[in-house]
Structures are given as C-alpha cells and as structure tokens.
Design a protein around this ligand. Sequence first.
Ligand code: FES
Length: 135
Amino acid sequence: MYSEKVMEHFANPRNVGEIPDANAVGQVGNAKCGDIMKMYMKIEDNVIKDVKFKTFGCGAAIATSSMATEMVKGKTVDEALKLTNKAVMEALDGLPKEKIHCSVLAEEAIQSAINDYRRRNGEDVPEDKEYTCEH
Ligand code: FES
C-alpha cells in the first residue's frame, strides 16, 4: 500500500520534536480523524534555519511531515509557502488515494507556522483557515 520512501520516513522520521526558542509555531488539526500536526520553526532573515514537528496522526501524516520539513529547511519563507502537498507526495513516490488528505495537513502546518511568524512581525495575515477533510 505504501511506497518504500513513505515506510522509511514513517519508521525514521526526520526533524521530530520541538524548538524551544522557535519564532514560528503552527498547528493544524483534523476534526474528523482527530489527528494533529504541530510545526516549530526558527526563522532568521526570512530563512528557515531549523524546523521540527510533532504529529499525532497516522503513518502517512508522519511521513509527509517528515518529508515536508526536509523540503523547507534552508528555504526562504516565500519558497516554503509554495510547497504543495502534491510536491511532498511526489517526493515520497506517491500516497494511496485515501491518504492524500493526510499530506494536506503537512502543507497547511507549514503555512500555519509561517503565518504565525508574519503576525509576530506585524504583518496583517488573516486567521488560518479551518482544515476540513472528507474522510
Ligand atoms: Fe488523519 Fe491521516 S491525517 S488519517
């Protein structure tokens, strides 16, 4: 059902944990399955110097958080905002159809953290949209 890359990131997730002095923290949750993803970032001069996550969720959510954090580390916030769940899935060699929504959680957790950073810097960023998933 899962690609080797998904299984590998699920078994050895990268960047798990918290950043105590993070200056960007985002959280998204899925009301239906109850899964929660929290993302911590240390951003300097608009560059994501460090990123860590905590995911209380299914294997696909953990694998996509792991891959998504790897993909945004060292990027500027503008580049990171462009990361799509599709790009994360492709990097993982795909996900089963019924697990696609789990990768949306990773994309939105990154956006949520960056929005938090922007608010802290006085930017007028709208509240995070409610995450809704159809399963
Ligand atoms: Fe809830 Fe994957 S995130 S089932």
